[in-house]
Design a protein around this ligand. Structure first.
Ligand code: F6R
Length: 246
């Protein structure tokens, strides 16, 4: 695992953007695995600037997002499809049909999970997968206890995850109880994985991740089984791991 330590959120975002843009420059038909949440917002802002200021073209790029809430239509303001359209896709030159996200309204949900996993295999797996990390070590919506062999599946969200995501909804009860997520095995299929962590609230998770013990109680630890993972952390997120070093 390669560790890149940076000062703050802005540096994390620009350092991640450099890696993503390098991937697109190396292969204009790259497949990128994308995440939602607060962590990649700065990265997406940088990538938008990359199109206008650095001439990066997404014309032939394909994207596969990790997850989507069950029950929310594409145009729901809290759907991850809506998030991605607003925060990235509509500001860059990617054809919308090249962007893929599980369909949270599709029924039966098991069939949608199988369709999405087949899509990951057909157009992917991603050359580069971006990941944020939950405070409980979740990646995608793979909560503690998720087996390493999991493919795209439907999950019941943990109370802690629903509480943490409630900040995006007007009422906590509106946070969906289920989501579709790529599984641990689906994520590990990627050629290269880029994990981003910023801020004090991620410090405990980063410390636990860096102890290197692989356990399904902490899903991000399965990333140690992959041989091309880069973690970019800022000072606050690294603070507890740093204290351990002393
Ligand atoms: C988002 C996702 C989640 C987030 C994680 C961290 O698509 O799959 O695993 O990456 O919950 O969220 P933030 O970035 O909001 O701290």
């Amino acid at each position: 695992m390669k560790l890149i330590r940076v000062e703050n959120y802005e540096e994390m975002s620009s350092s991640a953007a450099q890696l993503v843009e390098q991937q697109i420059l190396n292969n204009s038909h790259s497949v990128l695995g994308l995440a939602t949440g607060s962590t990649p917002l700065g990265l997406y802002e940088q990538l938008i600037r990359g199109v206008s200021e650095r001439g990066i073209s997404w014309q032939h790029v394909q994207t596969l997002n990790l997850d989507e809430y069950c029950g929310l239509a594409e145009d729901h303001p809290n759907s991850y499809r809506h998030f991605m359209n607003e925060k990235l896709f509509r500001h860059i030159d990617i054809p919308l049909e090249n962007t893929h996200i599980p369909d949270g309204k599709a029924l039966p949900v098991e069939a949608e999970c199988r369709r999405y996993e087949a899509l990951v295999d057909r157009i992917g797996p991603p050359h580069l997968q971006i990941l944020g990390m939950g405070t409980n070590g979740h990646i995608g919506f793979n909560e503690p206890g998720t087996p390493e062999t999991s493919l795209t599946h439907c999950v019941q969200l943990e109370t802690s995850t629903r509480n943490s995501n409630a900040r995006f909804f007007s009422d906590r009860d509106e946070v969906p109880t289920h989501a579709i997520t790529m599984g641990i095995q689906s994520i590990l299929k990627s050629e290269q994985i880029l994990v981003l962590a910023s801020g004090k609230k991620k410090a405990q998770a980063v410390k636990r991740f860096l102890d290197g013990r692989v356990t399904k109680d902490f899903p991000a630890s399965f990333l140690w089984k992959h041989n091309h993972v880069t973690l970019i952390v800022d000072q606050d997120a690294y603070s507890l791991a740093a204290a351990e070093e002393e």
